[in-house]
Design a protein around this ligand. Structure first.
Ligand code: THU
Length: 160
């Protein structure tokens, strides 16, 4: 047996205004996207913005349904929309923000496992690291790649 340890590197900022310009821009798009959330049940409005290497940005917001499991998180809404719109596109970054009671949440909404898995696959497909920006009005985190929020990614193609 060997005891192992895993280190995750990420950057922590206060408000998204402290981010470098391009990241701040994408964070702003995720914040704006929260407005398009359809979340009458949770009243938790999540927005996501995906940046592609062609310069385009695709936004998504969580979509809920009376039959609860039929809804979809903001991240997957944006990622699937980006892939449907630009099937050969290269996704380079995703930003996520959430709002409640008309205010952007102070701490980020951390993506669920299913969304992390979907990010991971598009990162592999893109052949490029996908930056993950988790936006909160008082705490904003930046991860250089999806692996940093999801170690030991499932990838059947690389299974030996
Ligand atoms: N939700 C997201 O859209 N993304 C997250 O990262 C966390 C949760 C949504 C799902 C549901 O519509 C609502 O937030 C409450 O869980």
């Amino acid at each position: 047996m060997t005891q192992k340890e895993l280190n995750i590197r990420y950057k922590e900022y206060g408000s998204p205004d402290e981010l470098p310009e391009d990241e701040k821009c994408l964070a702003g798009e995720a914040i704006e996207a929260t407005v398009n959330s359809y979340s009458p049940y949770s009243k938790f409005h999540v927005g996501a913005a995906v940046r592609l290497s062609n310069g385009e940005t695709v936004r998504g917001a969580n979509q809920e349904n009376m039959a609860y499991p039929s809804g979809l998180c903001a991240e997957r809404t944006a990622l699937f929309y980006a892939s449907a719109k630009y099937p050969d596109g290269c996704m380079t970054a995703i930003a996520v923000a959430a709002s409640q009671d008309g205010k952007i949440c102070e701490t980020p909404a951390y993506p669920c496992g299913a969304c992390r898995q979907v990010m991971a696959e598009y990162q592999t497909k893109s052949g490029h690291d996908m930056k993950v920006i988790l936006v909160g009005s008082r705490k904003t985190l930046v991860f250089d790649k999806v692996d940093d929020i999801m170690p030991f990614i499932f990838d059947s193609l690389r299974q030996k």
